[in-house]
Write a protein of this length. Structure first.
Lengths: 389, 190
């Protein structure tokens, strides 16, 4: 990279942490690490990342820019519009910070799935620019250097271990650059992010206790606006009835509802921005009423369900199973979705067989006057992706 | 001597994973573009063509030199997903939009293991992601495998070592994928 100083954008995730540790070995004090506090971080994460990076001896500067991101996203519901707005704000902020530090080079921990998904039009990863032909020097004032481009997540973890990163760093749960934003389906509001952040705490605590823990586990949030049928299909009602009949084969007395929002998926190497279907059993997710939390089908018995539903309605990308609904406290305005997958490299993934009793415990803790329903995502990748937008 | 099996990049999500899997098995590999001519491929031990978002039902113009390579190559060739469909089409088969597209887990049923599916067993789990599919009728190929929803999951040219698989052998969720890739490497070794 020649003379001069370089900056690296770090998130505390394994990719950028391994990349920063590698760059620090090569550049020493010519390197500065930036961490953007976008407002989409998890509970306590800003402090955690600060501790993690400083413990590795990395020179760190935290940029507090919550308002700028919330402002950039205001009124945007479409997943790609949100991702592009995030990327633009992200690099504008980084460009300003890099200029102030006299850095002309920006190092990034971009890995193979990032550029593969972005170049393939599946989703705009916030850290992919040059592969899309964006002139970073002209627009943001820096050139980009990406030493990990050829690697997949399991290979990056091996690199992080080799570089002596602590276990917490090398085995850390993947967390996307745009953070909770891509798990906040539809428009982003401060309240929605707060509810999601609290739910994320519960889900990480409960699922982190599973042995072995799932490859990745997270919570997502959607506005609780539903309809009885899909849209854009020739006979939406008939199709919904067929979907319900297909689901009933696995869930007795199944009720099927469509969420209003859309989520990102990948079908036949093409981006799919499709509907989410909620399947509820006749117990409405609340068990058989004897209070032992039992009753209802185990998720592992339902892994064939998305296939059946999507055969009836190809516009569907995710099938969610109700594991808890609010009782007595009135209907909240959000649905919280629990997602857990097992995967080697995040290119494909299958849903984890989380025991129903664990999901019901999560539901009990998450349901509130703001959260009406808790669901578990039964969909593999493909046709869904791991994250929601 | 190290074998050299490049991977033709057809725009799909998993093409780069094929390179990774080949390298892990000790084969020299890299992504090449579909503009590569058959002449420029002289000396390779075999070729794998990846999946991609296009559809062969929309015509073959957009596939660059890939069609010519499928028609005339004398080295072993393996087409995955879209490229399986391309091979099926060029060998006289019909490619249509699937009535029941497969996304994610599917169960492959082996009809005729031949050499490419040797030692895999009569049924195995694979990951697939496709909208189109090859039909059995009329093609100058043997059908090596099918599934409940797709009648040609694997095929072989009657005359050459040209193979197609509709499912993805290169992803971690197809547990037998590496064995199938090993079989193809063994074919390239001969």
């Amino acid at each position: 990279m020649g003379e001069g100083r370089a900056a690296i954008a770090t998130s505390g995730g394994v990719d950028s942490t391994a990349c920063a540790a590698l760059a620090h070995r090569a550049l020493g004090d010519r390197l500065i690490c930036f961490f953007l506090d976008t407002g989409f971080m998890r509970e306590g994460e800003v402090e955690e990342v600060r501790n993690l990076l400083t413990s590795l001896g990395l020179p760190l500067k935290v940029l507090s820019v919550r308002e700028r991101f919330l402002e950039a996203l205001r009124g945007k519901e479409d997943a790609e519009a949100k991702r592009v707005a995030f990327r633009e704000t992200f690099y504008t902020v980084l460009g300003e910070a890099a200029r102030a530090e006299g850095c002309r080079i920006m190092i990034q921990g971009t890995i193979a799935p990032d550029w593969i998904e972005t170049s393939g039009g599946i989703k705009t990863q916030h850290n992919v620019l040059e592969q899309l032909g964006v002139d970073t020097v002209g627009r943001f004032g820096f050139r980009i250097l990406e030493p990990l481009l050829e690697l997949y997540k399991d290979q990056v973890r091996a690199l992080a271990r080799y570089l002596g990163a602590r276990v917490e760093a090398s085995e850390r749960q993947p967390f996307p650059g745009p953070g909770l934003m891509v798990r906040c389906i539809g428009e982003v509001t401060a309240e929605k992010i707060d509810v999601l952040r609290a739910a994320t705490c519960v889900v990480e605590e409960e699922l982190g206790r599973l042995r072995p823990p799932p490859g990745q586990y997270l919570a997502a949030i959607a506005d609780d606006r539903r309809s009885a049928a899909g849209e854009g299909v020739a006979s939406a009602a008939a199709s919904a009835a067929a979907v319900a009949a297909a689901a009933a084969g696995l869930v007795p007395g199944a009720r099927v509802e469509y969420l209003k929002g859309r989520a990102t998926g990948v079908k036949g190497d093409e981006r799919a921005y499709g509907r989410m279907v909620i399947v509820s059993g006749d117990d409405n997710g609340n068990g058989d009423g004897d209070g032992d939390g039992k009753g209802g089908r185990e998720p592992s018995e339902l892994f064939g369900l998305p296939e059946r539903v999507i055969h009836e309605d190809p516009d569907v990308v995710r099938v969610l199973y109700t594991v808890g609904t609010g009782r007595g406290t009135g209907r909240g305005s959000y649905v919280v979705i629990v997602r857990a997958v097992d995967t080697r490299d995040f290119m494909t993934a299958k849903p984890t067989a989380v025991p129903l009793v664990v999901l019901k415990r999560i539901a009990e803790r998450v349901l509130s006057d703001k959260v009406s329903t808790v669901c578990y995502d039964l969909t593999s990748k493909p046709p869904a992706t791991v994250e929601f937008e | 001597m190290t074998l050299h099996i490049p991977v033709m990049f057809m725009g799909g999500q998993y093409n780069h994973l094929i390179v990774r899997a080949l390298k892990e098995l000790g084969v020299e590999s890299r992504l090449i573009q579909p503009s590569m001519t058959l002449e420029a491929l002289q000396g390779v031990d075999g070729l794998i063509m990846g999946g991609g978002p296009h559809s062969v039902t929309q015509g073959l113009e957009r596939f660059g030199r890939a069609t010519e390579i499928v028609e005339r190559c004398t080295f072993p060739l393996l087409g995955i997903c879209l490229s399986h469909q391309l091979i099926g089409k060029i060998l006289g088969g019909e490619v249509v939009k699937g009535r029941r597209p497969e996304y994610g887990r599917t169960m492959i049923r082996v009809i005729d293991p031949d050499d490419i599916l040797a030692g895999i067993g009569s049924e195995f789990v694979a990951w697939a992601s496709h909208n189109d599919e090859v039909r059995r009728a009329g093609g100058r190929f043997r059908v090596l495998a099918d599934s409940e929803y797709c009648e040609v999951e694997a095929l072989k040219d009657e005359r050459r070592q040209v193979y197609g698989v509709q499912f993805h052998i290169e992803v971690a969720d197809t547990p037998k994928g590496k064995e199938i890739l090993r079989n193809f490497i063994a074919i390239c070794q001969k």
